[in-house]
Design a protein around this ligand. Structure first.
Ligand SMILES: CC(C)(COP(=O)(O)OP(=O)(O)OC[C@H]1O[C@@H](n2cnc3c(N)ncnc32)[C@H](O)[C@@H]1OP(=O)(O)O)[C@@H](O)C(=O)NCCC(=O)NCCS
Length: 189
């Protein structure tokens, strides 16, 4: 079983399990249509977000393929929870994982998502020694595509109508990076 030693730290952020005390911070963006537009869930009531917190309490370790780390991202300076990061264990034999993220719009455009995502890629490649990490992204989600490119992930596929997403046929991009590519990235020194 893999359980990170919490909090995972970056220059400005602490990545850690979501707690009951995060309810207001989570509700602040889980209720916004623009935030969930390209996520596989719809806007949530306060009660639904409370249920999400209960579920998130179990997604803090990886035991087997299919498990996920679903963690909160808090500002070091204030302790406020500003987003969440997801790392899904997609295949044990192929050592593959999937990255996901969501942040409160008030905290977009400051590099926080990138900072947290880089830390999660380090978990996948350094701690778990996965071979490849991929991410899915709606073609309309330009902020997400830009982030994935900044992370050094490459577009590998463009699916047109591969699944029904919120009542419409999707247009979806797959971005990915392999461990060897990630280790050779310029920022690794
Ligand atoms: C996807 C999402 C997380 C991207 O967030 P983001 O804030 O744009 O991403 P980053 O952390 O990489 O921030 C990058 C921006 O911050 C700017 N920035 C400002 N200060 C910075 C700093 N200190 N370091 C790095 N970048 C900084 C960058 O220049 C960049 O600006 P640009 O987008 O105009 O080029 C966000 O749009 C989101 O939560 N969307 C809703 C949920 C969602 O769709 N999730 C993805 C599903 S696939």
């Amino acid at each position: 079983m893999y359980c990170p030693s919490f909090p995972l730290e970056t220059a400005r952020l602490l990545i850690r399990p979501v707690a009951d005390a995060d309810l207001d911070d989570l509700c602040a963006y889980h209720r916004l249509p623009e935030v969930v537009a390209y996520l596989p869930w719809t806007v949530q009531t306060r009660e639904e977000t409370r249920e999400v917190i209960e579920k998130r309490k179990t997604t803090v370790y990886l035991d087997k393929e299919g498990d996920a780390l679903a963690l909160g991202v808090a500002l070091k300076e204030t302790g406020r929870l500003i987003g969440e990061m997801f790392l899904f264990w997609r295949s044990e034999p192929n050592q593959q994982g999937e990255l996901g993220f969501v942040f409160h719009p008030d905290f977009h455009g400051r590099g926080y998502a990138r900072e947290a995502a880089e830390r999660m890629l380090a978990v996948g490649f350094e701690d778990l020694r996965w071979h490849r990490i991929f991410a899915l992204c709606d073609t309309r989600n330009t902020a997400s595509a830009r982030l994935l490119e900044r992370l050094g992930m490459r577009q590998e596929a463009h699916f047109k109508g591969s699944k029904l997403f919120k009542g419409e046929w999707n247009e979806e991009l797959i971005y990915a990076v392999r461990r060897d590519e990630w280790l050779a990235r310029p920022s690794s020194g």
